[in-house]
Design a protein around this ligand. Structure first.
Ligand SMILES: Nc1ncnc2c1ncn2[C@@H]1O[C@H](COP(=O)(O)OP(=O)(O)OP(=O)(O)O)[C@@H](O)[C@H]1O
Length: 352
């Protein structure tokens, strides 16, 4: 098993072409994490030099991989948080407060207080349902800790960056998709510090070539952390959709999320109760596994709309696991209809 010092010593053998010193002394190596035989780190660089730095990243990764006791290595490039991309500086003065993203009509965040409540499933289905309504839709998987959109949308591959500045997103089921998961290997967790998260999110919003979009759905990590704060502080968000299961514990967390968005002056578009009832795929029998109606009562208490109650249905999970959201896989099913109803409501409200 390699330790941190051995890894740093290996990284010191790689030269930063800009300063002529090694990448550790040049301060490029950040977030180094050594866990068992897995090593992860980030090279914080000037985004304008992304192309030139790719061989440096590859060399650093190779050096660490060659160490005895090292199995998996994840080395990523991320923009230096102090520096704005040069083309953005030129285009507009330093933004005061939340800014709009050029070319993007609306931004909606899909959030949850707790993990595993189905936020990514809802975000994916909402995105394809909006595309089915004829909207030009983008989906940003900002769940840096556990990006699941590549799997849910069956989108694989690394986004290209022909000019080293803009990143070309992928397309899946009529939706333009960008995910941190495209930059890492499947099943690998990435360890992020606050400033890195901020710059990664800003890069994904501003340097991805989204094209003209009516609506960008942002699939947030669970909770109320740096990604949520950066998104709401830096970007003009039309609103947040809060996903919760009917259980008390999930609702408590959802309430914290709603409080945060309210503090940040982000409108709450509504709540969605997921896993509302269980419908047996054999006999159609309906059971309230996590209780039912808890979110509806909470939404009424908090004065926010209840957008939908989505059942816990095997087909929803199978569709997501198969890389085709249920709205596309079974467009005529009641499950798909529930998502399409939400999509239509958001379009009718003028936020999508
Ligand atoms: N309504 C549903 N019916 C059946 N399965 C569902 C439903 N909603 C979500 N799932 C399944 O539950 C699991 C967790 O869902 P998902 O990844 O969307 O949650 P999440 O809130 O985004 O989690 P995290 O933020 O922790 O990544 C997935 O396997 C998904 O397919």
């Amino acid at each position: 098993m390699a330790d941190r010092d051995t890894v740093l010593a290996a990284l010191k053998q790689v030269v930063d072409p800009a300063s002529g010193t090694d990448i550790v002394s040049a301060g490029l190596v950040r977030g180094l994490n050594v866990e068992g035989n897995t090593v992860r780190f980030v090279l914080e660089i000037d985004p304008a030099k992304a192309e030139a730095m790719e061989p440096v990243r590859a060399a650093a990764e190779a050096k660490v991989r060659a160490l005895e006791g090292v199995g998996t290595v994840s080395a990523m490039l991320t923009a230096h948080s102090d520096k704005k991309p040069p083309e953005l500086k030129a285009k507009r003065p330093a933004p005061q407060g939340p800014q709009k993203v050029p070319g993007i009509g609306h931004i909606i965040a899909v959030a949850s207080g707790k993990g595993g409540v189905g936020k990514s499933t809802i975000a994916a289905n909402l995105a394809v349902a909006l595309a089915a309504e004829g909207r030009r839709v983008g989906l940003l998987d900002a769940d840096v800790y556990g990006p699941s959109q590549p799997r849910m949308l069956g989108a694989k591959g690394r986004p290209a960056s022909p000019d080293g500045k803009t990143i070309l997103p992928l397309q899946a089921h009529g939706v333009t998709v960008m995910s941190m998961g495209f930059m890492t290997e499947e099943g690998q967790a990435v360890v992020w510090r606050g400033p890195m998260l901020m710059s990664a999110l800003q890069q994904m919003m501003l340097q991805v070539d989204w094209g003209e979009l009516d609506i960008l759905i942002v699939d947030l990590p669970p909770g109320t952390g740096d990604v949520q704060l950066t998104l709401t502080q830096k970007f003009a968000i039309d609103g947040a959709v809060i996903v919760s299961t009917p259980q008390d514990v999930a609702l408590l967390d959802a309430r914290k999320g709603i409080d945060m968005f309210r503090q940040m002056k982000t409108p709450i578009l509504g709540m969605i109760e997921n896993m509302s009832t269980h419908i047996c795929s054999n006999c159609g029998h309906e059971e309230h596994v996590f209780g039912h109606g808890g979110v509806s009562a909470e939404a009424a208490k908090l004065g926010v709309p209840l957008l939908a109650e989505i059942p816990l249905h095997l087909e929803i999970r199978l569709a997501s696991d198969g890389g085709t959201p249920v709205v596309t896989a079974q467009p005529d099913s009641p499950q798909a209809a529930a998502f399409r109803k939400v999509a239509r409501a958001l379009v009718a409200q003028g936020v999508a």
